[in-house]
Write a protein that binds this ligand. Sequence first.
Ligand code: GLC
Length: 543
Amino acid sequence: MTQELTSPSPAPQAPGTGRGPGWWRDAVIYQVYVRSFADSDGDGVGDLRGARARLPHLKDLGVDAVWLTPFYASPQADGGYDVADYRAVDPLFGSLQDADDLIRTAHDLGLRVIVDIVPNHTSDRHPWFQDPELARERYLFRPGKGENGELPPNDWESVFGGPAWTRTDRGDWYLHLFAPEQPDLNWDNPEVHAEFEAILRFWLDLGVDGFRVDVAHGMVKAPGLPDIGHGQQAKLIGNQVLPFFDQDGVHTIHRAWRRLLDGYGEAHGKQVVGVAEAWAPTAERLALYVRPDELHQAFNFQFLNAPWEAGALREVIDASLAATTSVGAPTTWVLSNHDVVRHTTRLGGGLDRARAATLLMLALPGSAYLYQGEELGLPEVTDLPDEVRQDPAFFRGGRTAGAAATSGQNGFRDGCRVPLPWSGELPPYGFGDGGSWLPQPGDWAALTVEAQTGDPASTLELYRTALALRHRLPGLGDGEMSWAPAPDGVLAFTRPGVLCAVNTLGHDVELPPPGALLLASAPVTGNGAAAVLPGDSCTWWAI
Ligand code: GLC
């Protein structure tokens, strides 16, 4: 299917202008998955008060902003991505006052706050869906196929498995790209647009600095909701354009939101950002979401999905930078989030590879997102018993690891959502006083924030040093990079004043030392003539 991009965008600003205007251009933003971060009331579920009390950890870590996953009123059919009231805090997570307090405390600490907005679908308990008259206009209902309408209206499958349609008591069907409890909104309806703009303003008035836009590539479906035709499960990333993802019409919505965010920011003397969770098929399609009149950032899932292999990494880095530079945007790197297997496990090389990948990411030009717990080197928890799992992808995906997960990878998502270990020798490791909603492994005592603090060999201290260097060295963050010559299997590139060398091989590689060593993900040895880069390592050098 070819797609025409009809509306013109303004000419891009000059790329690579260094630390120009726009705090997001080189910000490091930390994702707080609220239910697994810190629990203040002993119910085993993380909450806003718990998160607020732990903000000093993020300040010490050296991040610039926090993204909070949904804490709105929700039946929790999909970890809060099924919102029943976008202006209320779910009692599980606290109150609106708690949200207000958290935002103020973050600002006092110099941290900006981004909240999640979920515009592709609501909860089936949302008042609009509960009212049959309203629902008909504001969601996507269609008659079924077959003699008695007993077959779904088309062949689309839900990202979580099974048909993307559910039949109502009235006999018609409604579309849900995710769980049946998450009916898709009808973005042809102007009331839907108006409501979301009002919701954005509501949270802006509460002081937030930006929004992470959930499923930002999904709101608009191809006219007529055509069949895909090959009975294929919806994959969030792939090389095909699907009739329900990455349709050109979504860009109209992002343009309107950009105007709103900019207008609000100008009126209030701040810069408000939007970051797209858009699983686009190519770097070029993804860059369309960050044209100058659209959102500011889009997670680079191509990078996240790249294997640990020098050629593949170089290719994805080049393609990403070329695409975002062509529209004047910085690239937004990410290695882990609440939907994918943690990169300590996913990259297949344990902590060594994860630490190296992180230093690579933090040396690249642009902004980066960190997912809670990666600074502790947490692995994916792969042995959760079925009885404790809550991810709808697990239940709907037929419980087999090969079924679709939103990551397009092989995992279900509970294993990356296990609550954080803060302190102490035993679960819940300071997460709260009342256990944790998913069990933590018994061998995480050495991974707590407390245990790693002050240990120069720890992953936590590596992150702290890396983030401090990013702030201190003007050559890191936004700006230019160039590849430098390196042996096979090694990636080397320079930023002004800094050289980053990544050894993706499983064994040592010798290099003439490029300068003075700034930071290493693993101990570097050698003498004046040769530096020995250990296998699966990344080093930063002052040049
Ligand atoms: C996004 C979220 C994911 C959620 C899905 C449906 O991909 O990151 O957690 O399940 O949207 O809202």
